[in-house]
Ligand binder design. Structure first.
Ligand code: ATP
Ligand code: MG
Length: 350
């Protein structure tokens, strides 16, 4: 890019809320300068698939106005079942030639039509074999990606970067915790519809999977068990999550759902372990609105048998203390990670 700013805003379009993050970067630091969120129109995005583009664009437009950002370029993230991330092993070749090679290799690994997909890859530098190299293949259905771009452009923004949620999460982690050489960690983003499960080994993302459980699982379970509407169930869940008194039945359902959600996460963990022989996970970092669900943190920790820690998106990234106070920052921290990982990108990044 020759002219114009490379500065972007991060736009995390979630099942339950849309988050906008603006960061000012210098050579050695990054500072949060604007943050805002609006509720996602119910049902507008389901499982990462945009169902109602017009209402989503309207919501984004009002979020931009509300946040008063001057930036016009946006980075967003796709997620869900139409995005596939897969680690594959290919005969070692020059890294420059990998892209060409993958055009031939990718088909067998992707469950949808390769001619209608966007393909990206990242070489993983973990292999000790001189003959083979590991590559992370990322594929997404093209029409699905296009719809994100269209929604953002219809909101009056320029869609400069379309990332994958797991990678944005990893980017936020790295900005705050560094590359953690020699360690393998899990990142968990427990949202409303989806839990992103990411593994980073020596600072590189090697595994990413979207598990279809999250805060909405609780809402649905409470609604079914108690015969109340989804709105009522959501309110009961939030009451429980903010320490207000709720009927015992709510507490019971949450307890059961905690077990089921943790079990789903463990299945992904087991799948990861089965596919990577000698990796020793040292820790898991958790974020997302799901952190508010009573007991979930402990149940996940016990079920995985891994020490859990909250991912602090402001461990290293600063915030403008003239704009934000510490209470607000800790309140938004569980919601900010993916958007922050996006906001740290620059137009022109791959
Ligand atoms: N205090 C709380 N107690 C319980 N649940 C909460 C609390 N605060 C938020 N949640 C739940 O967290 C979820 C929202 O989290 P988040 O904003 O991370 O999701 P999202 O990004 O919109 O969804 P996804 O990433 O799945 O698309 C909702 O299901 C909401 O009900
Ligand atoms: Mg989310």
């Amino acid at each position: 890019m020759l002219f114009g700013s490379k500065k972007v805003i991060g736009l995390d379009i979630g099942t339950s809320s849309i988050k906008l993050v603006e960061v000012e970067k210098s050579k050695s630091s990054a500072t949060l300068t604007a943050f805002g969120y609006v509720s996602t129109p119910p049902g507008a995005i389901v499982g990462g698939e945009i169902v109602a583009p017009e209402v989503l664009s309207d919501a984004i437009r009002s979020l931009v106005t509300q946040t008063k950002t001057g930036r016009k370029k946006a980075a967003t993230a796709i997620w869900g079942t139409a995005v596939i991330t897969k680690k594959i092993s290919i005969p070692r070749i020059d890294e420059k030639l990998v892209g060409e090679q993958l055009k031939w290799e990718a088909e067998q690994y992707i469950p949808f039509d390769i001619n209608e997909s966007n393909l990206e890859y990242q070489v993983i530098h973990d292999s000790t074999s001189p003959e083979q190299m590991n590559v992370l293949l990322v594929a997404a259905k093209r029409d699905y990606v296009m719809r994100y771009a269209e929604v953002i452009e219809a909101a009056g923004l320029e869609c400069s970067i379309i990332d994958v949620a797991g990678f944005a999460l990893a980017n936020c982690f790295e900005a705050n915790y560094g590359r953690l050489e020699g360690q393998a960690v899990i990142l968990l983003n427990i949202g409303a519809g989806t839990t992103d499960f990411v593994v980073m080994e020596h600072g590189e993302l090697t595994f990413s999977r979207d598990i279809p459980v999250g805060g909405l699982t609780y809402t649905t379970d409470i609604s079914k068990a108690m015969g109340v509407s989804l709105e009522e169930a959501e309110n009961l869940k939030i009451s429980a999550g903010t320490g207000q008194p709720v009927p015992q039945e709510v507490t019971d359902v949450i307890g059961h759902t905690n077990e089921a959600v943790a079990e789903e996460i463990r299945r992904s963990y087991d799948f990861f372990l089965a596919s990577s022989s000698d990796v020793k996970i040292t820790r898991a970092y958790v974020t997302g609105g799901g952190l508010g669900i009573p007991g979930l943190f402990e149940v996940v920790q016990n079920t995985l048998g891994v020490t859990l820690e909250s991912l602090n998106p402001f461990a290293t990234v600063q915030y403008d203390s003239r704009v934000f106070n510490a209470d607000y920052i800790s309140q938004i921290s569980p919601y900010a990670c993916v958007g922050l990982g996006l906001a740290l990108r620059e137009a022109g990044d791959r």
